[in-house]
Design a protein around this ligand. Structure first.
Ligand SMILES: NC(=O)C1=CN([C@@H]2O[C@H](COP(=O)(O)OP(=O)(O)OC[C@H]3O[C@@H](n4cnc5c(N)ncnc54)[C@H](O)[C@@H]3O)[C@@H](O)[C@H]2O)C=CC1
Ligand SMILES: O=C(CO)COP(=O)(O)O
Length: 320
């Protein structure tokens, strides 16, 4: 099968670099100027500087080059996915579409797989998610991810197609669990960054990660996910990575909030919109999601970190 990656940010470029080790890959950029710069300069200087683009990777701004491939990886920010699909209904309408974004759409509460199905009902959706920084994948460091697809045969075929020398994929048919693990861990990473940024200590972070995981499970199970999926790479695995590394933009936003510093609004931080979307969904379903609620208040500056901590510590005592 032939592969294209739509979206030439850090993650799309890294995935394209990794896949180019197996054969020809097309990387599509929105801007013709950017595509030309990358194609001739053999580097994505804007989003992934210092990584040489292999010769088998072709950068283009012509959507016909994407249409010519059978499998398309969608590496755009979550809140931009619907528009990216709507812009290219003709080119993508019957393809195997693998969403690589992590989050929940703010205005609908939907995840990437459901959005693909809604916008392009004849496409075959899948999701690639799990613990991995673009820089690590691009450097060929060992990485393991989850490939989720409701069609079991397609899931197995994609697992073969998208596994590379250093990027090992595990498969599941539980797309809901995989979507929610990847979305919710970003909210918890903001919380963890905030407590570390404010100097509240590693014990506080461990408590937040653990209770945050309980919150992730609560919502995921209520929405029909399988508990094992949350315990896998796309849930626990990505929570562990994102809540502990300054390579994570969500964690870094949290650090800035905890330190009272500003943060560049042009940086993709999926957990902000997702916190609001999840908070709204929790209210709708009557689910107790106290950490998510606090993160929502922190990111829109309606709650201070001191008040958030006071709220969490004053909750009624209960069984674990
Ligand atoms: N950077 C990383 O280490 C990882 C990122 N991800 C996920 O990948 C997704 C993308 O993140 P990054 O690549 O890091 O973000 P980024 O900010 O580096 O790049 C986003 C790219 O999307 C493009 N874009 C935005 N709207 C578009 C549209 N309508 N049509 C086509 N292209 C559009 C932008 O031009 C930009 O090139 C996010 O959901 C993120 O959670 C997942 C794992 C690792
Ligand atoms: O999803 C990621 C790691 O798995 C990347 O995290 P950030 O989006 O927080 O940078």
């Amino acid at each position: 099968m032939s592969v294209a990656v739509l979206g030439s940010g850090a993650f799309g470029t890294a995935l394209a670099v990794s896949l180019a080790g197996k054969g020809p890959v097309t990387l599509w950029a929105r801007s013709a100027e950017q595509a030309e710069l990358m194609q001739t300069g053999r580097e994505n200087a804007l989003r992934l500087p210092g990584v040489r683009l292999p010769d088998s990777l072709r950068v283009t701004a012509d959507i016909a080059d994407v249409q010519a491939c059978e499998t398309v990886l969608l590496a755009v920010p979550m809140q931009k996915l619907r528009q990216a699909l709507a812009d290219h209904t003709e080119a993508l309408g019957r393809h195997v579409l693998v969403a690589c974004c992590k989050g929940i759409e703010l205005k609908t509460g939907m995840g990437p797989v459901s959005i693909i199905s809604e916008v392009l009902p004849d496409a075959r959706p899948a999701l690639l998610t799990g613990p991995s920084f673009a820089q690590d994948i691009a450097r060929g460091l060992p990485t393991a991810l989850t490939l989720a697809c409701a069609e079991a045969d397609l899931s197995a075929a994609l697992q073969e197609e998208l596994t590379t020398a250093n990027l090992r994929l595990y498969r599941t048919t539980d797309t809901i669990g995989a979507e929610l693990g990847g979305a919710l861990k970003n909210v918890m990473a903001i919380a963890c960054g905030a407590v570390i940024g404010a100097g509240l200590g590693e014990s506080a972070r461990a408590a937040l990660m653990t209770r945050g995981y309980a919150e992730m499970q609560r919502m995921a199970l209520a929405l029909g996910a399988q508990a094992e999926t949350l315990a896998g790479l796309s849930g626990f695995g990505d929570l562990a990575l994102t809540c502990t590394s300054e390579l994570s933009r969500n964690y870094r936003l949290g650090l800035a909030l905890g330190r009272g510093e500003s943060f560049d609004p042009s940086i993709t931080v999926e957990g902000v919109a997702t916190a609001h979307a999840v908070n709204a969904k929790a209210l709708e379903l009557g689910l107790d999601m106290p950490i998510t609620r606090c993160v929502t208040g922190l990111v829109d500056h309606s709650l201070t970190l001191n008040d958030a901590m006071a709220q969490l510590l004053a909750r009624p005592l209960k069984e674990e």
